[in-house]
Structure formats: structure tokens, C-alpha cells
Design a protein. Sequence first.
Length: 84
Amino acid sequence: MTTRTDLTLQLTDHERTGLTALAAGLRAVAESDLTEEDALVAALELALTRLIEDFEVPAPDVREQVHRARDDLRTHWVRGSATL
């Protein structure tokens, strides 16, 4: 079962432009009709992966939280090819 939570984000014009460009790039790479929401989830997955692979999160409980969240996101991936 997939659940959804609605969030309201307040983005600057520059942030919105970046998100729009990310979605366009993912659409081109995946050859799929991906949305800005898909792009935001892909960016979140990449950020969690970078924390795991490129940085040493010092607190063990936070490090475990990051691992769990990334793994859970991937396990329950509903956004098709929206990965970076």
C-alpha cells in the first residue's frame, strides 16, 4: 500500500528553476513523463546516498536513520525511472 503526504514547499525563483530543469533532465534521460515531484524524490534519494557514500555522519543513530530512510525509499520506489 502506498500512502502519500501533501507538503507545501516555498521555493525561491532560482530554486523553482532548478527543480524544473532537474525534472526536464530526468524526463530526457528516462524517456518518461516525470514530474517535478518525481525530480524532488530523486534528489532526496541522491542526497541520502551522498551522505552514506561521501560523508561520515558522526552520530551512529543519525547514520542509521539515513541508511534506513534511503533503503526504505528504494524498497518502496514508486517513481519509476526517476533516479540520478
